[in-house]
Design a protein around this ligand. Structure first.
Ligand SMILES: *Cc1c(COP(=O)(O)O)cnc(C)c1O
Length: 373
């Protein structure tokens, strides 16, 4: 049956758990959009760009030394981060984006009989990477007001899970865990469940749990993931880091990674960006103002918006989000339609510059009117 169809022959070679995987949805491709202006608000990038210090460093460096492999241990950056956070650098790992560290965790820890508990709605990789390993993924729904359903979490964690994966602030919702929520979540998990707390939007939080302090007081295994892609504005370079409870977890991740997974310009620009905290502060302040302004505008226009502490908003359009996204594309505005059950009316929009956020709000109102009429 496979003989005469090349696609079928290849499919038969692919692991069943990979065959069933959904493809990652990056949102519409801005390079393919035929409108005069393109406003890309689909990937939670920093509208202020990277730190000027990092940009200057990359320009000065100008590609020198790229004939050499990068430092496979990322020593200088790990020491810089460890020194600042008072963490042994042996407990820190770099990744080709923090997504890469999520992948390494799944490669190193998950067998097909293992179970991972995450949330619904969730960051797609928190589901797809465990599925790639053939593991079972249980998703705990949020309450209607977007808060954590702690009894449902406790029930899901009652049979010991291998891993708990959760982002705070949560992608796509934007809500951050409170100290009480994180403490109760930790208490509900079996002491041998690895806690993976994804803090990709950590730098934007104004009022939330200090995960490093709360988990740091535990003897159980945990890892916190952060990135240079969001507040630091270096998404294109691909670099993130993880802080683990113990160096032995980092050792396991080193075994499954490719040796030169983090390129040298990324390692060096990340150091410059880390040392320029003024840019992070400027970015957080800018995002806070725009987030308040756009939230108020959306609410005044009758939309329900989740309370966000990140650089994006999760909006209930009260209609098929795919149709809304298509309408917005006519104005050159790219946002993401959510596809998980219970959230197919929601879009996630990243905060852009003030005029981009204004254009988005006007376009959304036009889109909804067009779809109603
Ligand atoms: C953006 C994002 C990441 C990571 O991005 P990298 O660019 O790979 O560092 C990780 N987790 C969540 C929840 C994100 O939204």
């Amino acid at each position: 049956m496979h003989q005469d169809n090349p696609a079928h022959r290849i499919e038969a070679l692919v692991r069943p758990s990979v065959r069933r995987l959904p493809l990652y949805d990056p949102g519409a491709d801005p390079r393919k959009l035929g409108t005069p202006t393109v406003t890309k608000l689909s990937n939670c990038e920093n509208p202020l760009g990277m730190s000027p210090a990092a940009a200057a460093m990359l320009a000065r460096q100008g590609g020198a030394g790229l004939e050499r492999y990068p430092d496979p241990s990322g020593r200088a950056l790990r020491q810089l981060i460890g020194g600042q956070l008072d963490i042994d650098p042996a407990r820190i790992i770099l990744g080709n984006g923090s997504e890469n560290i999520l992948e390494l965790l799944c490669l190193a820890l998950l067998d097909p009989q293992d179970r991972v508990v995450t949330q619904q709605p969730c960051f797609s990789l928190h589901e797809s990477l465990p599925l790639m390993m053939g593991a079972q993924v249980d998703k705990v729904p949020l309450n209607d007001d977007f808060s954590l359903n702690l009894p449902a979490w406790a029930a899901a964690l009652q049979p010991p899970a291998k891993m708990l994966m959760l982002s705070t602030p949560c992608n796509p919702v934007g809500t951050a865990l409170s100290p009480v929520e994180l403490t109760e979540l930790v208490a509900a998990a079996h002491p041998d469940t690895l806690l993976v707390i994804d803090e990709a939007y950590f730098e934007f939080v104004e009022d939330g749990a200090d995960a490093l302090a709360i988990l740091g007081a535990q003897t159980r295994p945990w890892i916190i993931l952060r990135t240079f892609s969001k507040a630091y504005g270096l998404a294109g370079l691909r670099i993130g880091y993880g802080i683990a409870s113990h160096p032995s977890l980092i050792d396991a991740l080193h075994r499954v990674r490719t040796p030169y997974n983090v390129n040298q310009p990324a390692q060096e620009a990340a150091q410059a960006a880390w040392l320029d905290q003024a840019h992070v502060v400027r970015s957080r302040e800018f995002i806070t103002i725009e987030r308040q302004r756009l939230t108020q505008g959306l609410q005044a226009a009758g939309f329900r918006v989740a309370p966000s502490q990140a650089n994006f908003l999760f909006i209930d359009t009260a209609r098929n989000a795919l149709e809304v996204v298509e309408e917005l594309l006519k104005d050159g505005i790219i946002v993401k339609a959510w596809r998980e059950p219970g959230y197919t009316g929601f879009i996630r929009v990243s905060l852009g510059l003030a005029e981009q956020n204004q254009a988005f709000l006007a376009s959304l109102q036009r889109a909804v009117a067009a779809l109603a009429g």
